[in-house]
Design a protein around this ligand. Structure first.
Ligand code: FMN
Length: 177
């Protein structure tokens, strides 16, 4: 299976990056092909809603690093979003990246895809309710199959995360895909 993992934290070795590492480790052991896109280190312009991407065949007006991600959105069997929770939702870089899915709408609607979400946060899991809702609504919109949500609660930093069993859960999730 082709799996596209999109991370969004600027903490290169932070909690969500570590969750992505463990998911990928498991998924690779299970024989899957991984493409990892670390959105926080990419140049991605926010969508400005000009809708030029919906007319003609030139795609988005911004020819930035989404050009690297787009083919991996289209050919992925599974797309995994991995984000820290910022103010009860995915962080800004993840949202900017998701908004740019718009230029691929026609190809993404109804495409046979699985979809998963991994979040990390300081607070108990209620903090991820916004992100979980957004994620499920996107899955409904595109008619993608939700195969997993891991909300790594009480994980303000790597030391706190290591005291939980969420890294193991991320690995096992990857291994079970
Ligand atoms: C701007 C900002 C907003 C945050 N908002 C929340 C929040 O609403 N709820 C929460 O539980 N943690 C919140 N956090 C904490 C992070 O989600 C947490 O530290 C997470 O482990 C960071 O992941 P990272 O190491 O992958 O960047 C926030 C952190 C920042 C910097």
């Amino acid at each position: 299976m082709k799996i596209t993992v999109i991370t969004s934290s600027a903490h290169r070795n932070g909690t969500s990056s570590m969750m992505a590492d463990e998911f990928i480790r498991g998924a690779k052991e299970a024989g899957h092909e991984i493409f990892r896109f670390d959105a926080a280190f990419k140049n991605i312009h926010p969508c400005i809603g000009c809708a030029k991407c919906q007319t003609g065949d030139k795609g988005c007006v911004f020819k930035d690093d989404m050009q690297e991600l787009n083919p991996h959105l289209l050919d992925a069997d599974l797309i995994v979003l991995v984000s820290p929770i910022y103010y009860f939702d995915v962080n800004g870089q993840m949202k900017v990246t998701i908004d740019r899915f718009f230029a691929n709408n026609m190809a993404l609607y109804g495409a046979t895809k699985r979809f998963a979400l991994i979040t990390t946060m300081s607070d108990p899991a209620f903090a991820a309710e916004g992100a979980n809702t957004t994620f499920k609504l996107i899955a409904d919109l595109y008619k993608w199959d939700v195969v997993g949500i891991i909300n790594a609660e009480n994980s303000s930093d790597v030391e706190a995360l290591k005291k939980t069993d969420f890294l193991k859960k991320a690995y096992e999730f990857g291994r079970s895909i």
